[in-house]
Design a protein around this ligand. Sequence first.
Ligand code: ADP
Ligand code: MG
Length: 347
Amino acid sequence: MDEKKIRTEVGELGEFKLIDRLTKPFETKNPTTTVGIGDDCAVITPNGDKMVVTTDLLLEGIHFDLTYFPLKHLGYKAVVVNLSDVYAMNAIPSQITVSIGISKRFGVEDLEELYAGIKLACDRYEVDLIGGDTSSSYTGLTISITAIGHADAKDIVYRNGAQINDLICVSGNLGAAYMGLQLLEREKRVFVSNSNTAPQLKGYDYILERILKPEAGRKTINALREKGITPTAMIDISDGLSSELLHICKNSNKGCRVYLERIPIDEQTVQMANEFGIEPSIAALNGGEDYELLFTVPITDADKIKTVEGISIIGHITDAAKGAFLVTPSEDEVMLTAQGWNAFTKE
Ligand code: ADP
Ligand code: MG
């Protein structure tokens, strides 16, 4: 483990050589990328009638903790969270730009690790790195990524299209990333109090992967397209199910009923939640960063949606006057709030 790592100071290379070194491994793959890195602007040739754009800013200490977050994973995740937003519009991502602020703590090799993760995500999701910016920083690492995607106007799905009686669907399972984060935070506290202890992470590879290396909703988007299903509304789950449901309800001016026992939760999430004395459904409702897709489909698509693997139907859309509620197995109705678990812990 203690092999001496080579460390090159960023200052030794200078900005331009650094950019060259970091971006050299990237090749463009999309015909929509006319000009990538190297000029004052990238040039994109539109494909489809609409282009979608999204940006995320990640600050060390606020959005990530490098004590347990490997730089390569961070690079991968920073790209994926942006692509997740593009898929949430039912668009196909094609380009990203990456801007970084770096303090003296980071050597060239560290940044190469970060970019190795960025490249892995670019390769897996077939997007091109077409530019960015590089600056020094006093306050650790800052990463800002912008993603661009394309779609035909008829395919774009907004948050505001949900209709009464539409089925509410969610991909994958929820709460896993949150429980993975709780585990990492716990092991960090143990490590800080006694640095001789090795972290106890065995048996929890799935929830750790969900926080450290999440995936964006490409599979879901493709599966829906294959079945000829266009959601009426869609959002990606970055802040927790409750909060995202409320966004769809508010933007669509509708209410909803979601059934607690239908919310998909993985076995490892349940186990870890039990260890922490947390109700697993609370993790699923309020834990963020799962990057699954939450969407609504017309009830006439009920049979079709049931044939899509990995999709759970968790409820339906109602009139706005009926409010947004979670229905428990004992048929109690709990009002959904962005931090709905206060109401819950009282039970
Ligand atoms: P400018 O002076 O116009 O800001 P730069 O010298 O910063 O240009 O960047 C040169 C080229 O390298 C541009 O194409 C820019 O988009 C790209 N670039 C700069 N920093 C990064 C980075 N961190 N990651 C990827 N591309 C970058
Ligand atoms: Mg610049």
